[in-house]
Unconditional design. Structure first.
Length: 150
């Protein structure tokens, strides 16, 4: 009986010990509904497919996709929270993915965005330099070329 009790205690220690080694600050992503024992897709194939899809969207400034034993690790910058969530959801739905670790961050907008002012000045400069017409209203006439009628 003592031997059986010792065996049960050792078995519990083995099962419980790995759970206590997890970082308490991070919540694990939900596990896949089913995990294939003999996956058909290789890690590098999953990685390449996801990288191509994410690159096509142009929603991610910097994105590092790594796959290890069917676990997808996403790290980088997304332009919105919705796009970061979308990326994790897409990875979860990909064939032979067991779990997804989403470390994507949302890029904060710059404090000073001069693009609207720059675009306005650019348009103003173009209208001053090349936008004025000569004496007639023909589309071929311009101030620099003169009138198309001579």
């Amino acid at each position: 009986m003592k031997l059986l009790t010792s065996f049960v205690l050792v078995a519990l220690a083995v099962v419980v010990a790995p759970a206590s080694a997890q970082d308490p600050g991070s919540a694990p992503a939900p596990a896949a509904e089913t995990v294939a024992v003999d996956p058909k897709s290789l890690d590098h194939e999953i990685e390449a497919r996801l990288e191509n899809i994410f690159a096509a969207t142009k929603w991610f400034q910097v994105l590092d996709v790594r796959v290890q034993e069917g676990v997808v690790f996403l790290k980088g910058m997304s332009d919105t929270e919705d796009h970061a969530t979308w990326a994790a959801d897409l990875a979860r739905r990909t064939q032979d993915v067991a779990a997804v670790v989403n470390w994507l961050e949302v890029a904060s907008p710059p404090v000073f965005d001069f693009e609207p002012a720059t675009a306005g000045l650019r348009d103003l400069g173009r209208s001053i330099v090349g936008g004025s017409r000569s004496c007639c209203s023909h589309s071929l006439c311009s101030a620099s070329a003169g009138c198309c009628r001579g």
